[in-house]
Design a protein around this ligand. Structure first.
Ligand code: UD1
Length: 417
């Protein structure tokens, strides 16, 4: 259990390169089980969530080799259908193994998921869709036992464009009999990356990135090589680090198109953002202007995974801003910690009103969840004095060597174990 210690006030400058996306690699690693073949995946980030997924795959019987950012997975030897409870408890996204394991073995036993504590996170949409594909689901003592004699293609209308449910359906449908159509599918770029991986492995998936995805079932998959897309949320976090420290940071290895909602809001806040297709620079010389309204929405709207970091930025704006969180309930836990640093924030249900203050002050804080933890690091970079952040395992779930990257940009930050 480490701590992050930051002496705030340093201006960040320089260049960084963004790692592979956590939310892309997790469903892809789940997908490796479907074919019983070998997958070679590049640009795999070193994150706690990826390690948890690796441990789950090993427990099912997969063989894995990892050399730096390359991971090789052979799912031929899989001989178990039970996902270890403690690992599901650690990472909610392990539920995407439902679709993948049903595609491979026609059966899975998994407990109700845990993971980031951001409100009530039900899985009703996943279960309803799997039932439509012919899966029988028994629930008892916190365990879900899912079984399908034969998965059958179906037309699925999602009540909400859930990222995880869209991925679970895609994974279950890859080898189902006939065609599956997902309507009101999530349109996140990570779903496009999953489609690319699956199609390289011989699947027939079309439409990812739009709200209608069509999957024609195939009998078998093949060995596959894939490079993970870069992490738009990590990129966005460094963009805000530059903005909050009057910095000038160049961020490389990105897909600018994925960052448009964040770029637009940073420009509203008075930052200069220069970009080409694969890199951008964020410069702030004139302080932060308030933003009238930020509403989190499914992609291509403003990402909920950037809401906390944006709140850190707006807490030192020169006026009052409003954030409306429409994707998750109770995703404002970081506000309490920012208030302890001197921020002026009021929460009314799903709406936060942030009245900018001149400066934040370093204090002892606790990271409550992954993105909320990143928000506190950003606040610490801009604060006067020393900020100490506990429970940083939350941050390590989704940021690779965050303190080292920030040191390289000039921050006074260290991890004490
Ligand atoms: C994924 C991301 C997460 C991001 C979120 C929204 C991964 C590993 N995680 O999470 O970082 O914050 O998308 O962009 O990719 N919901 C239901 N019933 C369901 C499923 C979801 O009501 O069966 C609700 C959720 O409670 C939430 C909303 O739908 O309020 C969005 O959830 P969803 O898109 O499913 O997020 P995740 O896939 O869990």
């Amino acid at each position: 259990m480490g701590k992050i210690i930051i002496n705030g006030g340093n201006r960040l400058t320089g260049e960084i390169s963004v790692s592979g996306a956590k939310n892309a690699i997790l469903p892809i690693l789940a997908a490796t089980v479907i074919g019983g073949k070998e997958s070679t995946i590049f640009n795999v980030p070193k994150l706690r969530d990826v390690e948890v997924m690796e441990e789950i795959l090993l427990s099912l019987g997969s063989r894995i080799r990892r050399i730096d950012k390359m991971m090789w997975v052979d799912s031929k030897p899989i001989d178990s259908i039970r996902i270890p409870e403690e690992l599901v408890g650690e990472m909610r996204s392990s539920i995407i193994l439902m679709g993948a394991m049903l595609g491979r073995c026609g059966e899975i036993i998994i407990s109700y998921p845990g993971g980031c504590e951001i409100g009530h996170r039900p899985i009703d949409l996943h279960l309803k869709a799997l039932r439509e594909l012919g899966v029988e689901i028994e629930e008892s003592h916190g365990l879900l036992h899912c079984k399908a004699r034969e998965l059958k293609g179906a037309e699925i209308q999602l009540d909400y464009p859930s990222v995880g449910a869209t991925e679970n359906i895609m994974l279950a449908a890859v080898k189902a009999k006939g065609t599956t159509i997902i309507r009101n599918a999530a349109r996140e770029p990570e779903i496009v990356d999953l489609q690319e991986y699956l199609n390289r492995a011989g699947a027939r998936v079309n439409g990812a990135g739009t709200s209608v995805i069509i999957i024609e079932g195939v009998d078998r998959l093949t060995d596959v090589t894939h490079t993970t897309m870069s992490d738009r949320i990590v990129a966005g976090t460094y963009m805000i680090a530059s903005a909050m420290t009057n910095g000038e940071v160049i961020i490389n290895n990105i897909v600018t198109e994925h960052l448009q909602a964040i770029i637009a809001k940073l420009r509203e806040a008075g930052c200069l953002v220069y970009s080409n297709n694969s890199s951008l620079k964020v410069v702030n010389t004139n302080g932060i202007r308030p933003i009238e309204m930020i509403q989190t929405l499914p992609y291509p709207g403003f990402p909920t995974d950037m809401q906390a970091q944006m709140m850190a930025l707006l807490s030192i704006a020169n006026g009052t801003s409003i954030i409306s969180e429409t994707v998750f309930e109770s995703r404002f836990k970081h506000a309490e910690e920012l208030i302890r640093m001197g921020a002026n924030i009021k929460i009314f249900g799903k709406v936060a009103v942030i009245k900018g203050v001149k400066e934040l002050t370093g204090v002892k804080l606790n990271a409550k969840d992954l993105r909320g933890g990143a928000c506190l690091v950003l606040a610490g970079l801009a604060a006067m004095g020393t900020t100490e952040i506990d429970d940083i395992y939350h941050i390590e779930r989704g940021y690779e060597d965050l303190h080292i990257r920030l040191q390289e940009l000039g921050a006074d930050i260290k991890v004490v174990k």
